[in-house]
Design a protein around this ligand. Structure first.
Ligand code: PEP
Length: 258
């Protein structure tokens, strides 16, 4: 099977203005350089607010930083009378490589359902960006013992009409909702079980090439204290990180461990 390069993705949510964002990126790059971080062995990606993307783009380009970035959300429509929305074309023009799609906070606070998320994935792929599709059960599904079926079902609902080529360009983030921002991290075994179930379902749908290419990240209260044992699991290809991605030294530490 082919080697998947692990990824550390920092989702800043609604934190940091553009000045704080660029200061953070500079500090992170400085830290990683000082520690001789191997960028070829782990991909680092940050997800600033829309308002910070242009500043991050300029900094990354001018200093030739090997830090990747993307957006936290995208409109399903390409242009027009949609006040306040941001299109995939606009994000691509800002050098975004990735877009987080279907984060649980967006599913909860905005009317985003699977149909809407499918359209977002299509919009992102059409602009040659990579969707990071977030899935994961709530506490209730876990209590009922149906967490694997639930997460696999969410992936399937969104990917069912994609071509093999489109599916191969995706990243999936398994983020149990009860673990996000709570300090309750999944055990390495349950992160592995979910990542494995998602990968095997992709294998059934799309075949070995897609299943062995798509990175499956774990998200939910990842810190420098639990990252090592999580990344030791064979189907966990990295992390989507919220809280711990707001502290530059903590994020540096996680990058060094991944
Ligand atoms: C997230 O929002 O994707 C996340 C995993 O948050 P946290 O790391 O704070 O749990």
């Amino acid at each position: 099977p082919m080697q998947r390069v692990p990824m550390v993705a920092g989702n800043w949510k609604m934190n940091f203005d553009h000045r704080e964002a660029t200061a953070f990126v500079q500090k992170l790059a400085w830290n990683l350089k000082n520690r001789k971080f191997r960028y070829d062995r782990c991909e680092v990606a940050l997800f600033p607010s829309f308002t910070s993307l242009r500043s991050v783009q300029v900094l990354v380009q001018s200093d030739r930083l090997r830090i990747h970035y993307g957006a936290q959300n995208v409109s399903v429509t390409s242009q027009g009378a949609f006040t306040g929305d941001v299109s995939a074309d606009m994000l691509a023009a800002l050098g975004c490589e990735y877009v987080i799609v279907g984060h649980s906070e967006r599913r909860k606070y905005h009317p985003e359902d699977d149909a809407n998320i499918v359209d977002q994935v299509r919009a992102v792929l059409a602009d040659d960006m990579v969707p990071i599709l977030c899935v994961g059960e709530s506490f209730e599904e876990r209590r009922q013992g149906i967490e694997l079926d639930f997460a696999v079902g969410q992936v399937h609902d969104v990917t069912r009409d994609l071509s093999d080529e489109e599916a191969s360009r995706m990243i999936v983030a398994y983020e149990p909702v009860w673990a996000i921002g709570t300090g309750m991290v999944a055990t390495p075994q349950s992160a592995q079980d979910a990542a494995h179930a998602i990968r095997e379902s992709l294998r059934k749908q799309f075949g070995d090439q897609v299943a062995d290419t798509v990175r499956v990240l774990y998200g939910g209260s990842v810190t420098s204290k639990n990252a090592v044992e999580l990344i030791g699991e064979p189907d966990v290809d990295g992390f989507l990180i919220g809280g711990a991605a707001l502290d530059v030294n903590e994020l540096t530490h996680i990058c060094m461990q991944t």
